[in-house]
Design a protein around this ligand. Structure first.
Ligand SMILES: NC(=O)c1ccc[n+]([C@@H]2O[C@H](COP(=O)([O-])OP(=O)(O)OC[C@H]3O[C@@H](n4cnc5c(N)ncnc54)[C@H](O)[C@@H]3O)[C@@H](O)[C@H]2O)c1
Length: 471
């Protein structure tokens, strides 16, 4: 586990800029192991949580930790499930009293019973929320450095754990999550909502229908100009997200782009991620924004940003496919996850969606399908899940156009039915681990880093992605 060293920020940190931040908020650290001992560390993973089904929970009791921007939206995504009797929110926990009060008011709008409110400023009060007498599932929407320890503790208390992204950002935490899930036989899912977006589900469905033929390459990303939010004094609790950019260099947010691509490529369901190289550009745009802010404390941080503006990671899969993964939250440009996929039968580019259907080696100039042809393909390939859940998607547009509703629906309904979840602990650990190992590659002058098998060999058995199963 790694801690962020803020000591060198000295006076700036001890002042008001980062609120009550203390080193005790971080996890213990250790140095990066070499490639062989890394593989050894993963050698006693058994893969027992692949397609694991736990006993059915007709009504899932949910404890929610972290009620900021994301936690608030996740509560809204539970409304339909609560009103239908599939779930009940039994605990609301946050270190900020105002956030607990806001969440309680939201819940009172659609749930007859009142959750237990844990509104203590102690950063360890969340442990009380992980109580099997109170809850079956803990939903974690706190700053990144809490995710792994909260999820592991919840599992050890007998609860299933669902954490926001990334679920971990050290290799030790990725491994500890997998081992805790296998040891306790509790689900541990990373809430990767982009796997449930309409466009990504459509592309996945076309892959399943064979339209893309043999897949060869994908490009994906998290390109989101976050400068205003990173600098804002209150948007993120104690500006936790800006701190990450002061201390780390690499891809800090791999999973929105990589998750759907791993689903397209059957990663952990017949293929695996083998190795990567990662390179960061110089840093310029965030420090410029800091320099130009009217806050002297922010100006003082301008020279301390470590995270390069644009990070690019190249990944090769065991079966030879390649993935280009990018991260940039500094540059001013429109939002994109790229969502590009190439195969022998078709190519797709996202933002905006464009499709090319291959018709063999011809001399005509290659053009994207026109609007009519694109619309026909879109209609023909709509994922059954997206069609099935239209009612909830329309009523929950605030959840990233409906994908957050689909994600929460699947989580709760799978738990209700006692079937395996769409994503396992191995998916979350692997997609997060790519960020960790990418940081290592950057630190080692862009060297190749091998990606250990996080699944105990379970990846080799190919099977249809559970997201196609009706629940
Ligand atoms: N999947 C998505 O689309 C998406 C979107 C936004 C954020 N996120 C993720 O959600 C998480 C939260 O982000 P956010 O934007 O809501 O941040 P935020 O700062 O708005 O919210 C974090 C909340 O956690 C609380 N908190 C901090 N430490 C705590 C502790 N020890 N115990 C209990 N509560 C604690 C804070 O008071 C705050 O209310 C992050 O992991 C982020 O990456 C995901």
């Amino acid at each position: 586990m790694k801690r962020i060293d803020f000591l060198k920020l000295g006076g700036v940190l001890s002042g008001g800029l980062f609120g009550g931040w203390s080193l005790s908020s971080c996890n213990p650290s250790s140095n990066h192991a070499n490639q062989q001992s890394k593989a050894d560390a993963w050698s006693d993973v058994t893969g027992s949580m692949m397609n694991h089904a736990a006993p059915a929970l007709p009504k899932v009791r949910v404890a929610m930790i972290g009620l900021g921007n994301r936690g608030s939206t996740l509560i809204e995504m539970l409304e339909w499930l609560v009103t239908k009797g599939h779930a009940e929110i039994t605990v609301l926990c946050d270190v900020q009293e105002a956030h607990v009060a806001r969440a309680a008011q939201k819940v009172a709008g659609f749930q007859a019973t009142s959750p237990l409110l844990i509104a203590e400023s102690s950063e360890e009060a969340w442990r009380k929320a992980c109580n099997p007498e109170l809850a079956d599932l803990v939903v974690i929407a706190t700053p990144w450095h809490w995710h792994a320890s909260m999820a592991i503790h919840a599992m050890e208390q007998g609860l299933h754990a669902a954490s926001e992204v990334p679920i971990a950002y050290t290799e030790e935490d990725c491994l500890a999550l997998v081992k805790a899930s296998e040891r306790t036989q509790r689900h541990c899912i990373m809430l990767e909502n982009c796997c449930y977006n309409e466009e990504e589900l459509w592309v996945l469905n076309m892959v399943k229908q064979g339209l893309f033929g043999d897949l060869t390459h994908a490009e994906c990303a998290y390109l989101h100009d976050l400068r205003a939010l990173l600098l804002d004094a209150t948007y993120y609790h104690n500006r936790w997200r800006l701190r990450e950019h002061l201390e780390r260099d690499g891809n800090l947010y791999t999973t929105h782009g990589l998750g759907p691509v791993c689903m397209y490529m059957d990663v952990l369901r017949g293929d695996n991620l083998s190795h990567l190289v990662s390179m960061s550009s110089n840093e310029a745009a965030l420090s410029k924004a800091l320099r130009e802010s009217d806050d002297p404390e922010l100006q003082a941080l301008a020279s301390q940003i470590r995270c390069g503006d644009v990070n690019t990671t190249l990944i090769r899969t065991t079966l030879g496919k390649s993935i280009m993964l990018q991260f940039d939250t500094h540059t001013g440009r429109p939002y994109s996850r790229l969502n590009k996929l190439c195969g022998t039968g078709a190519t797709h580019y996202g933002y905006p969606s464009r499709l090319f259907l291959d018709h063999g080696p011809t001399w005509d100039w290659h053009r994207w399908e026109d609007d009519d042809s694109h619309a026909v393909a879109r209609e023909a390939g709509v994922h059954p899940l997206w069609a099935q859940l239209q009612y909830g998607i329309e009523d929950n547009q605030q959840g990233h156009g409906g994908m957050d509703f689909v994600m929460m629906y699947r989580l709760i309904r799978c738990l209700n039915e006692g079937v395996s979840l769409d994503l396992s602990v191995y998916d979350g650990a692997l997609w997060s681990l790519v960020g960790v190992l990418g940081e290592q590659s950057v630190a080692q002058g862009n060297q190749r880093v091998d990606i250990p098998d996080v699944s105990g060999g379970a990846w080799a058995s190919s099977h249809e992605h559970p997201v196609f199963r009706e629940v």
